[in-house]
Design a protein around this ligand. Structure first.
Ligand code: URA
Length: 214
């Protein structure tokens, strides 16, 4: 039996109350995620940094500025998407998330994914990509290629922070966000085509029924 998804507000309250790992002791506040609760695109980063920890909002520092510009390339803005992280608390000195922290924090991301029920999941960098795709293959090989994970189309992309000092990654990021925009428009067109085909079939059926009556 399918359980009813938790509401985002319920999940947020659980995140705020969480003390499951020592990251809770060092946080200023949790960073739950932000954006459109009905987004078609869920973007998943790694963990809050200093600015995010201070403001309680994901991607507000330098990587956030980059992400905003990249979303623009895809024809999206922050109100179109929901942005969350694998970890909801800042690791000290922005070190990498540890496996046990990911394990303890991951139920929140799973519940958020169920609540938002997006069409696309964009994973930024290795940690989010490995977690969602359950793979050890690195982002360098996977970025820019759509993968299917259950009902979700997963689109791995480099983490925007990786491009701050690397122009090649910046070019790949821009290309991948442009591809993301195309994928969304293609999905729209396919949905439109289905609707048009349904409408044509319905018109045919109505005409047949009318002919049968006469
Ligand atoms: N990097 C992330 O992965 N997430 C943030 O929220 C900010 C920087």
């Amino acid at each position: 039996m399918n359980k009813q998804p938790k509401s985002l507000e319920e999940i947020r309250a659980q995140v705020e109350a969480c003390h499951a790992c020592p990251l809770a002791d060092g946080r200023t506040q949790t960073v739950f995620g932000a954006g459109n609760p009905q987004a078609r695109v869920l973007i998943i980063g790694e963990a809050p940094g200093k600015n995010e920890d201070a403001q309680g909002v994901p991607f507000v520092g330098a990587a956030g500025k980059k992400l905003n510009a990249l979303l623009d390339i895809a024809g999206l803005d922050r109100d179109d998407v929901f942005i969350a992280n694998v970890l909801k608390c800042r690791p000290p000195s922005n070190r990498d998330p540890r496996p046990e922290e990911i394990e303890l924090c991951s139920p929140f991301l799973r519940d958020q994914t169920r609540a938002i029920d997006p069409e696309f999941i964009v994973t930024l960098g290795n940690f989010a990509t490995r977690f969602i795709l359950k793979t050890e293959v690195g982002i360098t090989l996977l970025h820019g290629q759509v993968q299917q994970a259950g009902k979700f189309k997963v689109f791995p992309i480099y983490h925007p922070a990786a491009a701050i000092y690397d122009r090649k990654k910046q070019a790949a990021l821009e290309e991948d966000f442009a591809t993301l925009g195309c994928l969304i428009r293609e999905a729209d067109a396919a949905a439109g085509a289905t609707t048009a085909a349904d409408a044509a079939a319905a018109a045919d059926a109505a005409a047949d029924a009318a002919a049968a009556r006469s």
